[in-house]
Design a protein around this ligand. Structure first.
Ligand code: ADP
Ligand code: MG
Length: 273
């Protein structure tokens, strides 16, 4: 196999079987069709999902992560249907997500907040926690180390003990990403992680995610309006418009497609490109 040229990869030609696959998803709310026949393979590495506000991007994440059950279609995780599974069950299969607005516990430290992502790998369980069994104590030490390493990865290792609420909003969003990575997800779903971030934080985010993904097979599906970030991170991008995927492929091609420009990007982008 030749090394993948990420500049020309499309979702269908990119390496690897899909980690998750949306297949013919239809989702409506009270008769309002929000996703219509959405088919989207998400392979290892980064996949971008873009589209105007209200296009249905967050709804896609909610369907994948089990927060919503689609009217029609299938969601396959590692080839296996997970439609009908609860959010909790799907999380246990290795799916992590962040939300458009950070959901940290404000008074807990950065490290403690990252640790709340531990659910899936806490082998000790409640009883050993209660009795302070050695296995649980070892787990906790290991997880604390991992939490601090993740904060370092994202350039936030300086104040691991500082309360989450005392970090700027951009850093809080990055702490939430670190939390989503603690349990070694095979699929990470990020909902506008760069919204509200300054240039420095965007760099932290991109560097941290790239470092994290480098030696892993995980897939990252990232919703984002920052098209520069999408172009930097994602060899493949799909465009959602009024609940339909209208185009997908390499960002360089997709962002030039007249249909995409018309639907989403507007004349300014086309002229300025
Ligand atoms: N739980 C819900 N109940 C009713 N309508 C919803 C619900 N969630 C989303 N919608 C509607 O679905 C459409 C797509 O929303 P969303 O997926 O949040 O779009 P995006 O993330 O692309 O901005 C919007 O019109 C929104 O109002
Ligand atoms: Mg959204």
């Amino acid at each position: 196999m030749t090394p993948m040229d990420t500049s020309t990869a499309t979702p269908d030609s990119a390496a690897g079987h899909p980690v998750v696959e949306l297949d013919g998803i239809r989702m409506s709310f009270g008769g309002n069709v929000v996703l219509d026949d959405v088919t989207l393979p998400v392979r290892p590495g980064f996949t971008g999902l873009i589209g105007p506000n209200g296009a249905g991007k967050t709804t896609c994440l909610n369907v994948i992560s089990g927060y919503l059950r689609p009217d029609q279609g299938d969601v396959r995780l590692g080839g296996r249907s997970v439609v009908g599974g609860s959010a909790h069950q799907i999380a246990r299969l290795g799916v992590s997500r962040t939300f458009q607005t950070p959901r940290l516990i404000p008074h807990l430290s950065a490290t403690e907040n990252v640790l709340t992502g531990a659910g899936r790998h806490y082998r000790g369980g409640h009883l050993s926690e209660l009795f302070g069994l050695p296995a649980a104590r070892r787990d906790e030490r290991r997880l604390r180390g991992q939490a601090r390493d993740l904060l370092e990865t994202f350039g936030l290792g300086e104040h691991p003990g500082r309360a989450a609420s005392r970090f700027p909003i951009g850093s809080q969003k990055i702490i939430e990403v670190a939390r989503a990575l603690l349990n070694e997800p095979r699929l990470l779903l990020l909902d506008e992680p760069a919204a509200g971030l300054g240039a420095e934080d965007v760099d932290r985010l991109v560097t941290g995610l790239t470092d994290w993904a480098a030696d892993r097979d995980a897939a990252v599906l990232i919703i984002e309006h920052d098209l520069e970030l999408i172009t930097r991170l994602c060899p493949a991008v799909a465009v959602l418009h009024f609940g339909r995927i209208i185009q997908s492929g390499a960002p360089a091609d997709v962002l030039r497609d007249p249909v995409v420009v018309e639907a989403y990007l507007g004349a300014d982008f086309a002229a300025g490109d």
